[in-house]
Design a protein around this ligand. Structure first.
Ligand code: FE2
Length: 232
């Protein structure tokens, strides 16, 4: 009888360990992190869509799509853990955010980016720096392995985006300097290869399908320019 009781207790304990990460309630800090992060990715998406409408650059179109994927990664966690999704109803519309601070950031980005294509690219690179900084802080602050791994995935994607915007600026003769990351962090990111799930260089509109390297086909002489297909 004692053996059966021990077996039952061990079975229950194993079940609790296996399921604790998936089904336990999140603490408020983790909930707030998900609510903030999905809105920050939406700022990026809405901003790049707006810039693509003005300038018609593939880098904006491609990365705006990637931001939707980022949002969907976070949305999966929001649904899994039963957190209230801030991106529903009227808040799904471009430029509309539950978080008033993020809405103001979006408006400021669009205003600054509308001045010229180089300003749009500069603002984009700076926003990716902010995104990397914020996600790094949020990933470090959580003990939930689901959330941590998702934020780390998004950091990789944002690093790819930062490289793409910096290279677009380079191709216009502009040497972008980091605004939020340290010079060492920035140099390390920019000199690295793209990770497999991010933007693959600076794609030209209408030329897709042949991007098979980490940084895009360079056949046009510009770093990362070429025939690219963007996946994330
Ligand atoms: Fe991004």
């Amino acid at each position: 009888m004692k053996k059966i009781n021990c077996f039952l207790i061990l079975t229950v304990l194993c079940f609790m360990v296996v399921t604790s990460n998936s089904y336990s309630q999140l603490n408020q800090s983790d909930k707030d992190a998900l609510i903030f992060a999905i809105q920050e990715e939406k700022v990026a998406n809405n901003f790049y869509v707006a810039m693509d409408k003005i300038y018609g650059l593939n880098v904006f179109e491609n990365i705006s799509r990637s931001e939707i994927t980022h949002m969907n990664h976070i949305k999966s966690l929001i649904e899994k853990y039963g957190v209230d999704n801030p991106v529903t109803g009227s808040y799904e519309a471009a430029g509309s955010f539950v978080d008033a601070g993020l809405e103001k950031i979006y408006e400021d980005l669009v205003r600054a980016g509308s001045v010229s294509v180089t300003e749009a690219l500069r603002e984009s690179a700076t926003f990716e720096e902010i995104d990397i900084r914020d996600l790094t802080g949020l990933a470090a602050a959580t003990n939930n392995s689901d959330i941590k791994s998702t934020f780390n995935l998004l950091i990789n994607g944002s690093e790819n985006h930062l490289r793409a915007f910096v290279r677009n600026l380079e191709s216009r003769g502009i040497d972008y300097k980091p605004q939020y990351l340290s010079k060492d962090e920035f140099d390390k990111i920019v000199s690295s290869s793209n990770s497999g799930n991010g933007n693959r260089g600076n794609c030209n509109k209408g030329n897709r399908g042949n991007c098979n390297g980490s940084n895009g086909n360079r056949s046009n002489g510009n770093r990362g320019n070429g025939n690219c297909y963007f996946t994330k």
